[in-house]
Design a protein around this ligand. Sequence first.
Ligand SMILES: O=P(O)(O)OC[C@H]1O[C@H](O[C@H]2O[C@H](CO)[C@@H](O)[C@H](O)[C@H]2O)[C@H](O)[C@@H](O)[C@@H]1O
Ligand SMILES: O=c1ccn([C@@H]2O[C@H](COP(=O)(O)OP(=O)(O)O)[C@@H](O)[C@H]2O)c(=O)[nH]1
Length: 464
Amino acid sequence: MSRLVVVSNRVAVPDDGPARAGGLAVALREALQENGGIWFGWSGKTAVRPAEEPAVTEAPPVTYATLDLSRCDHQEYYNGFANRTLWPLFHYRLDLADFNRQDYTGYLRVNTHFAEKLQPLLRATDDIWVHDYHLIPFASELRRLGVANRIGFFLHTPFPAMEVFLALPSHERLARSLCAYDVVGFQTMNDLRAFQDYIVHEQGGEFLGDNMLRAFGRTLRAEVYPIGIEVEAMQRTAAHAMQEPAVRRLIKHMGERRLMIGVDRLDYSKGIPERFRSFERFLEKFPSHQGSVSLMQIAPVSRGEVPEYKAIRSELEHLAGHINGVYGELDWMPIRYLNKGFPRETLTGFYRACRVGVVTPLRDGMNLVAKEYVASQNPHEPGVLVLSRFAGAARELDAAVLVNPFDHENVADALNRALAMSLEERTERWEAMMQKVHDSSLDKWRERFLSVLRAVPEGGYGAA
Ligand SMILES: O=P(O)(O)OC[C@H]1O[C@H](O[C@H]2O[C@H](CO)[C@@H](O)[C@H](O)[C@H]2O)[C@H](O)[C@@H](O)[C@@H]1O
Ligand SMILES: O=c1ccn([C@@H]2O[C@H](COP(=O)(O)OP(=O)(O)O)[C@@H](O)[C@H]2O)c(=O)[nH]1
């Protein structure tokens, strides 16, 4: 079978240690190990004068090849166009999107540079799998260099409704770039429909049926591949994680009290301020829970150089301080807000120890935390997942208590309902969700995508 080449902004180089070896990294590494291959992308580092050639780590049969970014490239490509233009736009935050032409130029420059550095490493028979919004123009850059290989793309974020995408000054160029791939994968039907809508109604493309599209002189397959987690591994870890020192400390501290848990990168798309306000409303509306229920929010800092991320950090510090000041007692704090990350092994224990998982993003591509919370539960005493209808995960986990995160009253009621839920109902919902989590495990996601990519005829689906 042909070799696989994975291209992503972040690369999980083995030497970087276990902290990075998350589910996605493990799944991609396994795919690379099957037939050998290359994992190519940013090193995660900036340098004053970055080396011209990629740094290569050999871990046979996998080669890791990474490039440093200059400060300017990092600013314009990663902090700028990827995370101040595309990220807010794709998460329906037009109010936060910054349409800076210089950042856009930097984004294209890095994509061109990366493509030029990968091209000499490629063989004619390699299958190439590119990931996420940082690298949308990557295939068109490779095509420009004469690369005719099969190239697939998976978008981990939502794809926005046509009217929102149209606000992007470079929408046409990016859409054209997406059509340079042979297979484009989305998390949900919603995302796929939005893309098809744009291609057909704005670009005069043609829907050929069977998920095939023709646009910009090319034919491609665009489909839904919901990403998942390593279910069995997570279940095993969760059962043992209750003995982890951090988890034991938490359980000891809780005593008879009950905990709700939120775990998110510190990102405005995750709806954490709205969650805190909903929790405040819950305490106000159901005062019997005061003194006996707390919300533990784990929120490691993310993209900390981007101004909007700095702003949300101070907003949350203020809110948590306010709620704890108003409702807190000498021996009870309503919100435990931790600005640090934990290894996934510890998180599984936290998930299992917490009666309610609160996953309320305003918009999210998938949200793996929702699936991890479900998989970590004790089958004999499962907790309840309160899930935003705007997370991709809600499409599959419709047995969760679904909420509108903008509606504090709705979320407050849902939290109360989750605490009062009978064991019978909790078990019924949990079993239904576990079935879905199994159906879209990380292995299945990867195998589905790669089998479709590998079935693309040599030379692609043909020109229009
Ligand atoms: O690389 P960072 O800037 O530190 O950000 C971390 C990742 O965040 C985003 O994750 C998305 O992918 C998840 C898995 O498919 C999905 O569940 C979630 O809804 C998405 O937000 C981003 O898309 C990744 O590229 C980042 O590496
Ligand atoms: O302290 C933390 C917080 C989060 N995560 C992991 O980070 C991932 C977050 O993925 P998700 O899809 O929920 O959101 P993203 O951050 O990718 O937007 C999940 O696998 C979490 O277990 C972690 O390992 N430690």
